[in-house]
Structure formats: structure tokens, C-alpha cells
Design a protein around this ligand. Structure first.
Ligand SMILES: [Zn+2]
Length: 217
């Protein structure tokens, strides 16, 4: 059944994709945390800068030396803010990229699940059809078996059990349909000499041989 091979492939791909999904979910969650942390740092430095600016603007700091030192600090804080904002931007870009990959992986998983569901229902229909055929064959077998003498049926079932389900085979062109071996001349002559109601057995595999119009005897 081709659906079984398809389902196997789909299951393999699903496992792969599921691994990618977990990996990317972790990445998105790590980057989200990094971004929040970077954002907090920027806000802290901005708040400190604002406090310094307010103190200078309010005139509370009168000493020119103190004012100058505060001015230096504000300039340093401005530089720090720019650096932190650049870093935050990088994290945000990486986060956006990871989210896009995660969306793609999730979409692909959705497509895969739909394909699997379709293959499963095709497989189920095929199995139901085979079950129907098996039931028909079973009925046909029972009807045929009812017409066969018990002793022959017992022999057939015994040989069938020994040969993986094939208890009887047609003899065509001197060849046994069970073991596919060609019978030698002596064996064929011996079989041909037997009465027509005698059950023939293949000298090679011991299966019941069924005479045909082209047995070759
Ligand atoms: Zn044979």
C-alpha cells in the first residue's frame, strides 16, 4: 500500500519539524527575555539622565565645578543610551527573524498534518476494501470446501500449513506452480500413469498438484 510508505515519510518529516519547532520556540522565548532586559536597561539610564538634567535645570547645583561634572555625566549617559539602544535593536531584529522562522515551521507542520490525515483516510478506505475482498474470498472458500471430500480437505490444510498458505498448485508445462521447479521425465511419467481420481503430489515440494490441460504429461 503506497499510503503506508507515504505515512512513514510524513511521520519522519514531522519529527524533524517538531524538533525545529521546539528549537525555535526556545529561541523566541530567549530573545523575548533579552529584549525585555535590554529595554529595562535603556529605561534605567534614561531615567537617571532625566534626573541629572532636572537637577541642573532647577538651579539646585550652583557650583560651576559640580555643574561641569554633571554635564560630563549627562554626555556619558547619552552615549550609553545610544549603545544600549543599538544593542536592543539587534535583539529585536533577531527576535523578528526567529518569529518568522517559527511561523514558517508551524505552517509547514499544519500542511503536513493535513497531508497525513488525507493519507490516513485513503489507507483506511483501502484497508476496508481489502477486508471486504477477504470476506468474499472466505465465503467463496467455504462454498468450495463444502464440495471437497473431508480426507482431501484435511490433507490440503496440512500441506498448506507446512508451506506458508499454498497447499495446492497447478501443474503447467511440467512445472509445479508452488515450488516452480520443472519435474523430470521419470516423475512425470509416474504421475501420468496414476488414475485421474488419484491425488497428485509434487515430488519436489510435496504440495498437492492439480492437473491442467497443459500439464505437459
Ligand atoms: Zn512443487
Amino acid at each position: 500500500m503506497p499510503e503506508l510508505a507515504t505515512l512513514e515519510l510524513l511521520a519522519e518529516r514531522r519529527k524533524e519539524l517538531d524538533g525545529e519547532r521546539v528549537e525555535n520556540e526556545t529561541r523566541v522565548s530567549d530573545l523575548t527575555r533579552d529584549q525585555r532586559k535590554a529595554d529595562g536597561e535603556v529605561e534605567n539610564v534614561k531615567a537617571r539622565r532625566q534626573r541629572d538634567q532636572q537637577r541642573m535645570d532647577s538651579g539646585q547645583v550652583s557650583s560651576p565645578k559640580d555643574l561641569q561634572s554633571m554635564q560630563h555625566e549627562v554626555t556619558a549617559l547619552d552615549r550609553r543610551i545610544r549603545t544600549l539602544e543599538d544593542e536592543e535593536l539587534e535583539v529585536m531584529e533577531a527576535l523578528e527573524e526567529a518569529e518568522a522562522v517559527l511561523t514558517r515551521v508551524r505552517d509547514e507542520l499544519g500542511v503536513l498534518d493535513a497531508q497525513s490525515a488525507e493519507s490516513e483516510s485513503t489507507r483506511d478506505r483501502a484497508v476496508a476494501e481489502l477486508d471486504g475482498q477477504a470476506a468474499d474470498t472466505q465465503t467463496e472458500r467455504e462454498l468450495t470446501a463444502a464440495k471437497i471430500p473431508d480426507s482431501l480437505l484435511t490433507l490440503y490444510d496440512k500441506v498448506r500449513a507446512q508451506h506458508g498458505g499454498l497447499g495446492a498448485a497447478a501443474l503447467r508445462q511440467r512445472t509445479c506452480g508452488g515450488c516452480r521447479l520443472e519435474l523430470n521425465g521419470a516423475d512425470l511419467r509416474e504421475l501420468a500413469a496414476l488414475p485421474s481420481d488419484e491425488v497428485l503430489r509434487c515430488p519436489e515440494c510435496n504440495r498437492i498438484l492439480v492437473r491442467t490441460s497443459e500439464s505437459g504429461t
